[in-house]
Design a protein around this ligand. Structure first.
Ligand code: ARG
Length: 467
């Protein structure tokens, strides 16, 4: 069925139908569409456009459609090939009309699919972002738990710049670095959600209506914080999709960075971590293999997420006001990003909860002599030497040690500005304890950081519960 057949002499061409139909993906909006229709019906009744009786009939029909969708009795799109429903809005209206007869024909009064679909998608996005936030918080909880036990076990590893060993850091510090990135993501999810919390219903096709609609009441009924201010904007604005895609894509980028580290850490070359069997895959040919496929897909899928975001922005660019059918292209990238992030966050959560650390390998990699190079320089700074000079002294010793293949400790001991006392800085595990500044990588600031992170996590849980 089409909604416009009165104006047309013929039905749609099969090619038009195949090309323009969106039912196969927008069916996902069914519950939101039903919620929007219920609120719309109540608004029409409040305005006296629908009698209480007709409103009751329509609401009962909408309930029945919901039940039939759940039981599978009503299958949107089923019907004559080529004359099936174009989208979920059409399908539900058709079924309501089949159930409620003539009264069904009053459902779409004062409404267009343009304000309807924008409403549905905002309802969906509000819920989806909250669900994603809850999963990200679960991932953060695992990072915190792993950080707490790594802290108790005093595990440290090299911190890297340029992928070269730079200075030792506590493993807890490293894990929480990812946790803080995710905290910003959770904040962004709530922020995007707050901005999208606006009802477009009542904007009609683009200009509002001559009928006494009640957009404010409908917005409140649907749990939106406000209604639109401008009907043209209401039906054509997809900023909320773009913004949600950005936030989801950035989460994807963060997962990708964690994934890349897991790939490195679980390699034979690094050997910092071993995946739990349940979170690793095998090879079809090489019996010895244990592969980090979750971590690799977390890395790989960030590419398609960036594609989802870039594709939507390209769709929006250059669109004149107000609704254009191009906007139908908003849904698939959004659904894809929500699904990919939901799956990716959960899989990485499981991986990180079950991975085991090789603390010995981590410590051994961090305890190379030159890892304490800056500590030697700072030791001399504390005794009055300008840092640039101290840097040069230690740089010379490191170069010497490498060229002459002698232990750095020997050269340190022999140097007049260093000597016996400074040699203790080179002992295993000492350098990391010397990172004492706030937010730094040593035990003193990391203890405070663990506490602070737990507070942030608790505040996130409170926000989640408030919805
Ligand atoms: N399926 C359409 C979409 O997703 C619904 C709106 C159709 N509106 C229209 N004027 N053709 O955007």
């Amino acid at each position: 069925m089409t909604l416009w057949e009165g104006r047309f002499g013929s039905g749609p061409a099969a090619e038009l139908w195949r090309y323009t139909v969106s039912l196969h993906y927008d069916s996902r909006l069914a519950t939101d569409d039903l919620a929007g229709s219920r609120a719309h019906v109540r608004g029409l009744a409040r305005g006296g456009i629908l009698s209480e009786e007709d409103a009751g009939i329509l609401l009962a029909a909408l309930d029945r459609v919901e039940e039939e969708l759940a039981t599978g009795e009503f299958v949107p799109g089923a019907g004559d090939a080529g004359a099936a429903d174009e989208d979920i809005h059409t399908a539900i209206e058709r079924r309501v009309t089949e159930i409620a007869g003539d009264v069904g024909a009053r459902l779409h009064t004062g409404r267009s699919r343009n304000d309807q679909v924008a409403t549905d998608l905002r309802l969906f996005t509000k819920r989806a972002l909250l669900e994603v936030a809850s999963r990200v918080v679960d991932l953060q909880s695992v990072l915190l738990a792993r950080a707490e036990s790594a802290f108790a076990d005093e595990i440290y590893l090299p911190g890297y710049t340029h992928l070269q060993r730079a200075q030792p850091v506590l493993l807890a510090h490293h894990l929480l670095a990812h946790g803080w990135a995710l905290a910003r993501d959770v904040d962004r999810l709530f922020d995007a959600r707050r901005r999208l919390d606006v009802s477009p219903l009542g904007a009609g096709a683009l200009a509002g209506s001559s009928l006494p609609l009640d957009p404010d009441g409908v917005a409140a009924d649907l749990g939106f914080a406000a209604r639109f201010d401008n009907s043209l904007d209401a039906v054509s604005d997809r900023d909320f999709v773009a913004e949600s895609l950005f936030v989801l894509t950035l989460i994807g980028v963060h997962l990708s960075r964690i994934g890349e580290e897991m790939v490195l850490w679980t390699s034979d070359e690094w050997g910092f971590a071993t995946l739990d069997d349940a979170y690793a895959t095998g090879s079809s040919m090489l019996p010895q293999k244990k592969n980090p496929d979750i971590a690799e897909l977390a890395r790989g899928k960030s590419g398609r997420l960036i594609g989802d975001l870039a594709g939507l922005l390209a769709t929006l660019k250059g669109l004149p006001l107000s609704y254009n059918r191009d906007l139908q292209e908003d849904k698939e990238p959004l659904f894809d990003a929500v699904d990919q992030i939901t799956g990716g966050v959960s899989a990485l959560t499981g991986l990180l909860a079950s991975v085991s650390w090789d603390a010995g390998r981590m410590r051994a990699a961090a305890d190379t002599q030159s890892a304490a190079a800056v500590d030697l320089a700072e030791w001399m700074v504390e005794r009055g030497m300008p840092f640039r000079q101290a840097h040069s002294v230690v740089g010379g010793l490191v170069r010497d040690a490498l060229q002459r293949r002698v232990p750095l400790a020997e050269l340190v001991q022999a140097h007049p500005a260093l000597g016996e006392a400074a040699v203790s800085l080179l002992e295993p595990g000492v350098a990391v304890t010397r990172r004492t500044t706030p937010g730094g990588a040593g035990p003193v600031p990391v203890a405070a950081q663990l506490h602070r992170f737990a507070e942030v996590l608790e505040a996130e849980r409170v926000r989640l519960a408030a919805g």
